[in-house]
Design a protein around this ligand. Structure first.
Ligand SMILES: Cc1cc2nc3c(=O)[nH]c(=O)nc-3n(C[C@H](O)[C@H](O)[C@H](O)COP(=O)(O)OP(=O)(O)OC[C@H]3O[C@@H](n4cnc5c(N)ncnc54)[C@H](O)[C@@H]3O)c2cc1C
Length: 461
């Protein structure tokens, strides 16, 4: 393992991390235990949800000694730096995904992503998690006439084929799109059910409950290496700066940083730096409340997403037009300890520029931050037992889109760990299954799709 694959120290604070939490630097004990039954690496939504499902399963988990190790503060990776948007991909990526996996697989994936919105809602309500969860509509606004025409055509084709469930999707053509969306220059728009919340609050509250149930958690304990083979008792040995720990089973939930512990994932899960921000208006400003979340699509690849909060502020992520021409500033980049050049300028007068009624709002950028996503080279997450490593499981590679995946993906992994079920028995979408063929493949659909951005001349962006 190269230390350069680990998360960097001192990430910039996001809106979600700015408030200190008692769990930030939490360690269950002064010394690391020497051994455990299950070791979870990573304390983002994936790691914590895996522990949650393990502790809430009907299997023999109560006798499992389960430990979670985290390289930095607890839940300080993408889960603490994202937009908090749980937005299933209902139609937008369907045609591209179908060209790789076929429409039947896409339909299964879409159904699964759509369900996550309600499953997370149920989790929040059942556990009484105070995390600003809202069930809402997402509004995709297409700003480019050519893309609008293409997306409308693709959508009508999906409706005609009838494989993908389109009953919750509302399409509005250009003549009404600006009025329906409230966005200046809208060429068409689509709305469908989605959710949003304060993700770190949700995950920290889940962790509090798990610690009480017996999960042992250690912040600031990076995993440096996993042994090449198991010892005679069937244990993997995991090295950290605080000593080694042996475990019968490992669950790797390190997303963008997976190659820091499993080097075979170096070009399979690629660290990609993203930008997110919070825009707010002075008290008493008059502007329309935005009842939906938004994505503004400027061309086939560049979009921003907006999550209006009940306090009147807006979480806005994206800003790709400001920096995507400079590949090294985001692709294979895990520097969430610094801002991206020109990204703050991009959000100047953002709401005034795009939203009717916001011209006199005084809305301005209040905070901006970076975060690291784990883009999967074959476009889908890696879920299941790691090929050639019995007892090692992975739940990672969410390509900047983990919120509508992780709750069920981690449940599937927890069932494999606790109950010993196969991937197929979990009911997860087949395309997410981890296999040797995926690791051996030299195709990189993600890079093939994105490289037009850094290969085309800047003025065309
Ligand atoms: C700016 C930004 C905006 C986003 N917006 C959205 C959004 O609105 N909606 C959406 O669906 N998704 C969004 N995403 C993606 C989403 O945040 C992720 O898909 C999701 O949080 C992934 O969760 P995770 O637990 O897999 O990863 P993470 O939250 O990154 O957790 C992985 C953890 O593993 C730890 N770790 C890594 N290596 C090691 C090691 N060797 N030893 C110990 N610990 C280690 C890390 O420190 C980290 O805490 C966004 C991401 C970013 C960066």
């Amino acid at each position: 393992m190269s230390p350069s694959e680990l998360p960097v120290a001192d990430p910039v604070e996001s809106f979600w991390t700015a408030l200190p939490n008692r769990l930030d630097d939490f360690r269950s004990s002064e010394l690391l235990p020497a051994e455990c039954d299950v070791l979870i690496i990573g304390s983002g939504f994936a790691g914590v949800a895996t522990a949650y499902h393990m502790f809430n399963s009907t299997g023999p988990q109560s006798s499992f000694r389960t430990v979670m190790l985290e390289a930095r503060k607890l839940t300080s990776g993408a889960t603490a730096r994202n937009g908090g948007h749980i937005k299933p991909d209902t139609y937008m990526g369907a045609t591209k995904m179908a060209s790789v996996y076929g429409m039947k697989q896409v339909a299964a994936l879409q159904k699964y992503e759509t369900e996550q919105v309600y499953l997370v809602k149920q989790l929040v309500e059942k556990e009484g998690l105070d995390c600003d969860f809202h069930l809402t509509r997402a509004c995709d606004v297409i700003m480019d006439p050519v893309v609008a025409e293409q997306k409308a055509r693709e959508y009508h084709q999906l409706v005609k084929e009838g494989l993908v469930d389109t009953k919750d999707i509302a399409y509005t053509p250009k003549k009404d799109a600006e009025r329906i969306s409230g966005v200046k220059g809208a060429q068409c728009c689509f709305t469908f059910t989605a959710g949003h919340m304060w993700p770190r609050k949700m995950v920290h509250q889940m962790l509090e409950g798990l610690i009480q149930q017996g999960l042992q958690v250690h912040a600031h304990t990076p995993v440096l290496e996993i042994s090449k083979s198991r010892d005679e008792l069937g244990n993997w040995t995991v090295s950290t700066p605080r000593g080694a720990i042996k475990a019968k089973k490992l669950v790797v939930c390190t997303n963008a940083y997976t190659s820091s512990v499993l080097p075979q994932y170096k070009n399979k899960i690629i660290p990609v730096r993203g930008v997110c921000s919070r825009i707010s208006s002075p008290k008493g400003s008059k502007m329309p409340h935005l009842p939906s979340t938004y994505s503004l699509h400027f061309d086939a690849l560049q979009f921003d997403y907006l999550v209006p909060r009940t306090d009147g502020s807006i979480i806005v992520g994206g800003a790709r037009a400001a920096f995507w021409h400079d590949r090294d500033s985001w692709w294979h980049n895990k520097n969430d300890n610094e801002q991206v050049k020109d990204s703050a300028k991009y959000f100047d007068s953002y709401m005034q520029r795009y939203f009717h009624g916001w011209e006199d709002s005084g809305a301005k950028l209040e905070r901006i931050w970076t975060g690291i996503m784990g883009y999967s080279s074959d476009l889908v997450p890696h879920i299941g037992e790691v090929s050639g490593a019995p007892g090692q499981y992975i739940c990672a590679g969410f390509s900047g889109h983990g919120m509508p995946h992780i709750f069920s993906a981690s449940k599937g992994v927890a069932r494999m760990v606790v109950e010993g079920v196969s991937f197929e028995q979990t009911g997860l979408p087949a395309v997410c299954k981890e296999t040797q063929a995926r690791l051996d493949s030299t195709v990189n659909h993600m890079e093939d799709t994105l490289k037009v951005v850094w290969e085309r001349p800047r003025e065309k962006l």
